[in-house]
Design a protein around this ligand. Structure first.
Ligand code: PEP
Ligand code: MN
Length: 365
């Protein structure tokens, strides 16, 4: 799919990445205007302006979105910034109103993507409409659900599709509001050639301080852009106050990101440097994947401990060795290399699980 989200580089060296920014929620016409004016003042105009009109809140009673009035205020954005506008739709009535008010791009939220009935209702309401739709990952890390939502939209003729990685609900890992799973967007891009995947660090980290680091990781993983919640007065925002940043802070974050180009080499003289940068980029991904793998190993260790299972399970080990070696050989890696690599990873896994055991029960060990 070719750049459906219209990219401009605002002198920040974005290398073709899409920047979507704007408040979590539209609150008042004054708020929308202030955000736009501050973006203009900072010369930090995103490619697409976001604003939530209907807010899916976990508990009732908090601000659930301003509704249709907010769509009328999008004229303010058009007047000041003249850029496309996107909002979240959660049902057919939302779609109808968003189309009536000429919203340019729609997105489906994480709480909606989990529900095929809801996604189908939205898809049916979009039958015959030519509009780009971005689909956030479901709350739980299920690639099939994510793909399924995209397929339901494709089936009614929506062909300007993009995905948004916003992390997954995980009540154990307190470092994140929604834990990222970097292999999932990579799998999605592999399964669906050309699919653009935008990263939403705001909902992943849930605070301002972590946005830069998570954005950089997303770019390292080859994602295509960032959606960052931006408000002129984040502390007083009506929703997601902790994670929104000012347009000035957004500009600062973007200027610190090392945007990596995923396209080919333009200048043959710089070929070696480009190749090395590509290797650096892949090594970053390898390390992140290893970190994720060992975190899963730790969870398996905890399970074995709870269920009194031995750390070393020979059948499982045999299966892992044989299946991975076979796959590696098919990918033109030598059998010797595969075996050494797997032994090395396995040894580290066993050591970690033994350490967990010692720490959990220092008397026994
Ligand atoms: C949002 O973008 O404001 C939002 C509610 O996102 P999510 O669906 O990722 O929770
Ligand atoms: Mn939000």
């Amino acid at each position: 799919m070719e750049n459906h989200l219209q990219t401009k580089d605002w002198g920040l060296g974005l290398k073709g990445h899409v920047i979507i920014a704007g408040p979590c929620s539209a609150e008042t016409p004054e708020q929308i205007e202030k955000v736009c004016l501050d973006m203009k003042k900072e010369n930090m105009i995103p490619n697409i302006f976001r604003a939530g009109i209907w807010k899916p809140r976990t508990r009732p009673g908090s601000f659930e979105g301003i509704g249709e009035d907010g769509l009328k205020w999008m004229e303010i954005v058009r007047h000041h910034l003249n850029i496309p506008i996107t909002t979240e739709v959660g049902n057919a009535a939302h779609v109808e109103l968003a189309l009536k008010h000429k919203v340019d791009v729609l997105w489906i939220g994480a709480r909606t993507t989990v529900n095929p009935f809801a996604v189908q209702e939205i898809a049916d309401a979009l039958q015959g409409v030519d509009i780009p739709v971005m689909v956030k990952n479901p709350m739980n890390p299920d690639l099939q659900l994510w793909l399924g939502a995209l397929e339901r939209l494709q089936a009614v003729g929506i062909n300007k599709l993009a995905a948004i990685h916003r992390g997954f609900s995980d009540s154990y890992d307190k470092r994140f509001r929604n834990k990222p799973n970097w292999s999932m967007p990579i799998h999605l891009k592999r399964e669906w050639k050309g699919m653009e995947v935008i990263n939403d660090p705001s909902h992943i980290v849930g605070n301002r301080a972590g946005i830069l680091e998570t954005s950089q990781r997303a770019i390292n993983f080859g994602l295509d852009g960032l959606m960052i919640e931006t408000h002129h007065d984040p502390d007083n925002a009506w929703s997601d106050a902790k994670q929104q940043v000012t347009p000035a802070a957004l500009k600062d974050i973007l200027s610190k990101i090392d945007f990596k180009s995923t396209t080919g080499f333009e200048n043959p003289g710089e070929r070696l440097n480009d190749l090395r940068t590509a290797v650096d980029h892949l090594d970053d991904q390898l390390l992140d994947l290893l970190q994720e793998r060992f975190s899963l190993i730790d969870q398996i260790g905890a399970y074995k401990r709870e269920h009194n299972l031995t750390v070393f399970q020979s059948d499982r080990w045999k299966f892992v060795m044989e299946s991975r070696t076979q796959k590696g050989v098919q990918k033109n890696l030598s059998e010797k290399f595969m075996k050494e690599l797997l032994y090395c990873i396995h040894e580290e896994s066993v050591k970690r699980q033994e350490k967990q055991l010692r720490e959990a029960d220092p008397v026994k060990k």
